[in-house]
Design a protein around this ligand. Structure first.
Ligand code: SAM
Length: 272
C-alpha cells in the first residue's frame, strides 16, 4: 500500500487552485484524448473530478473516478451536485495501488487515465501496473503528469530558481519524483503496456495575455503549498523564500514577462 504524502493538501484555497487549473487545461486534454463516444473510462486520483466529468460528457458514459482523500471526494460530489451532473460520475474512495473495482470490472475499461497523481506516489510503476490490469485488452492507458524541471520564467526574477529548486526538493524529501513526467513512457513500458504516443500540453502565458495573471497565481499557489515543507526542511531561509516571492510579484508587472511550462502526456495500449 502506497501511503505517500499528497503535498498540496485539501485546504479550500488549494481546491480553488485545482479547480482553476482544470479550467485552463481540460480543453487541451480532451482534444488529445480523442474520445469517440461510448468508451468505458476509469480516472485514477480524480481529485475534484472536473476532468472526470468532462470525459463523461464527451464519451456519453458514466466515468468511474477513484480518489484517496475523503475531503477531495466530498468536494467533488458537492461540485457535481451544484452543476446537476452527479449522474455523470461514479466516485469511489480508494487507493491507486489497490483500486476499488469489482471483480467483474477488472480488465474491462477502454480507457484508464490519470493526471497529476504519479508525482505524488512513491511507487509509480505499482500504480501504472494496476491501471494496466484495469484496462481491457487493446485498451488505452493515459498518463499525464509534471516534470517541474521544464518551467522557465523570463526574465529571471532574482532568487526564483533557487526557490523552485527547493520546492522540487520537497517532493524528493517524501520519496516522490518531481520530474516523473519525463518517465511516463518508461513507466508504461515497465508496467507491461505498449507505449504509442507522447505529447506536451502547453501551459504557459505572457504579459499582455488576459490569462497571464491566472497562470502566475497558479504558480504562486503551487509554491505556497510547499512553503512549510521548504522551511521545515531547511531547504531555504525564510528571508530567501520571502525575497524570491517578492521578486515574482515585481516580475509579473513587467511588460515582457513570460512563463513557459508544459504537462507531459504519454499513452500506451494493453496487449490484446
Ligand atoms: C493534483 S490532484 C489531481 C486531481 C485530478 N486528477 C486533476 O487532474 O484535476 C492529485 C489527487 O490525487 C489524490 N491522490 C494522491 N495519492 C493518491 C493515491 N495513492 N490513491 C488515490 N488518490 C491519490 C490526491 O488526494 C489528489 O486529489
Amino acid at each position: 500500500m502506497d501511503e505517500s504524502t499528497y503535498l498540496h493538501g485539501t485546504a479550500p484555497e488549494e481546491q480553488d487552485r485545482l479547480s482553476l487549473l482544470n479550467e485552463l487545461l481540460n480543453d487541451s486534454a480532451l482534444r488529445l484524448l480523442e474520445l469517440r463516444g461510448g468508451e468505458k473510462i476509469l480516472d485514477v486520483g480524480c481529485g475534484l473530478a472536473q476532468l472526470t466529468r468532462a470525459m463523461a460528457r464527451a464519451s456519453g458514459t458514466v466515468v468511474v473516478g477513484v480518489e484517496r482523500s475523503v475531503e477531495q471526494l466530498a468536494d467533488a460530489k458537492k461540485r457535481a451536485k451544484r452543476d446537476h451532473q452527479e449522474y455523470l460520475i461514479d466516485l469511489r474512495q480508494g487507493n491507486a495501488t489497490a483500486l476499488p473495482l469489482r471483480r467483474e470490472e477488472w480488465g474491462t475499461f477502454d480507457i484508464v487515465h490519470t493526471r497529476f497523481l504519479l508525482e505524488h506516489v512513491q511507487d509509480p510503476v505499482a500504480v501504472v501496473r494496476m491501471m494496466v490490469e484495469a484496462a481491457k485488452p487493446g485498451g488505452r492507458i493515459i498518463l499525464q503528469d509534471d516534470d517541474h524541471d521544464v518551467l522557465r520564467i523570463y526574465p529571471e526574477p532574482e532568487g526564483f530558481y533557487r526557490l523552485w529548486s527547493a520546492y522540487m526538493k520537497t517532493y524528493e524529501t517524501v520519496g516522490n519524483d518531481p520530474k516523473v513526467g519525463r518517465r511516463l513512457v518508461q513507466l508504461l513500458h515497465e508496467s507491461g503496456a505498449v507505449p504509442c504516443r507522447n505529447h506536451w500540453l502547453f501551459f504557459g502565458s505572457c504579459s499582455g495575455h488576459p490569462h497571464f495573471r491566472l497562470y502566475v497565481n497558479n504558480l504562486r499557489g503551487v509554491i505556497q503549498t510547499g512553503r512549510d515543507a521548504i522551511l521545515s526542511g531547511n531547504l531555504l531561509e525564510l528571508s530567501q523564500y520571502q525575497s524570491a516571492m517578492r521578486s515574482l510579484e515585481v516580475w509579473e508587472q513587467r511588460p515582457d514577462a513570460s512563463l513557459w511550462y508544459a504537462v507531459c502526456w504519454a499513452e500506451g495500449t494493453k496487449n490484446a
